[in-house]
Design a protein around this ligand. Structure first.
Ligand SMILES: [Zn+2]
Length: 306
């Protein structure tokens, strides 16, 4: 399947939100007004549609993928959307990668990693700053051990986040250096180029071998640095530091009616194509960033679609 930008694309980072997600938010005591306000002040969306009980989220996503020619998309999955997501992947095999949200403070954390492997998920997702733990904390190690047993990719969101409750004390990606050394056969993917900790991400490229970064989202963290950056410059630095094997495309798509963030695909494809001739030593570096790196790390078999 060829995407809007003329190459095959897999979006490695997105979120599967359903009616159950909304119910969970509200039961956690968040107010709809607050969510709306936060979305409008912290994202590029003027509004978002509240998931409805009748939503067929899987079908909505497949329609989006087909509209823009996206082969497959990787989704973060909480316990509340797990069942619906499982049904969705069975209906459309090879179109959805799954990553299970794992909160180390929950007693069933290791069990959930096991379940993710059983359900053929590709990875797990940890949110140190939202869930108040250091990624190097001892209590996270059994989670890494279980992930290693099943060769699951470990995704972490460090840095700034749209969630109001984030504690940046736990948000430094350098926290992953020790686990990365202790688990050399486990792959770690850091979301959004470190979401503000870009310097630290570049140093991790030098200091580790099994840490990669994803490019997902609007990368609005650039606005909170004391110097000017552009997405093109970010890719250039990232590729220079880690090579094209360690940068992975994602959109962080999550809400409707926005759906698949094709503007991010177009913007990032333009950026990568403009720098690769000068900085990418590898043949087909663009293909690696937009498709094959995530396949290599997850051994996911995408659907073959004409
Ligand atoms: Zn995300």
């Amino acid at each position: 399947m060829i995407s809007r930008v003329g190459i095959e694309v897999i979006d490695a980072h997105a979120h599967f939100m359903t009616y159950q997600t909304l119910k969970k938010w509200l039961s956690d005591g968040r107010s709809l007004a607050k969510i709306r306000e936060r979305v409008s002040s912290h994202t590029d969306m003027k509004s978002f549609e509240i998931p409805h009980e009748d939503w067929d989220a899987g079908k909505m996503w497949i329609d989006e993928l087909n509209r823009y020619g996206i082969t497959a998309i990787g989704m973060m999955i909480g316990p509340e959307t797990w069942e619906e997501f499982n049904r969705t992947r069975k209906r459309w095999p090879g179109r959805f990668l799954g990553y299970a949200n794992i909160n180390p403070s929950r007693e069933d954390a290791v069990e959930t990693v096991k379940q993710a492997a059983k359900d053929k998920f590709q990875g797990i997702k940890l949110y140190p700053s939202s869930w108040n733990f250091h990624a190097y904390d001892e209590r996270v190690y059994p989670i890494y051990e279980e992930a290693l047993k099943h060769k699951l990719l470990v995704i972490l969101h460090f840095g700034i986040t749209i969630g109001t409750e984030a504690n940046l004390r736990f948000g430094n990606p350098l926290d992953i250096q020790k686990p990365a050394h202790d688990f050399p056969d486990l792959n770690f993917m850091i979301a959004h180029f470190g979401a503000g900790y870009f310097r630290e991400m570049l140093m991790l490229m030098y200091q580790t071998e099994n840490v990669v970064m994803d490019s997902s989202g609007s990368n609005s963290w650039m606005n909170y640095l004391p110097y000017a950056l552009t997405i093109t410059k970010v890719f250039e630095k990232a590729i220079k530091a880690g090579g094209p094997d360690r940068v992975i495309f994602g959109t962080d798509s999550c809400f409707f009616p926005r759906g698949f963030r094709v503007n991010i695909l177009e913007e990032q494809y333009r950026a990568v194509s403009s720098i690769c001739p000068q900085f990418c030593l590898a043949e087909d570096a663009i293909g690696k960033i937009f498709r094959t790196n995530i396949l290599r790390m997850t051994r996911f078999k995408p659907a073959k679609i004409a």
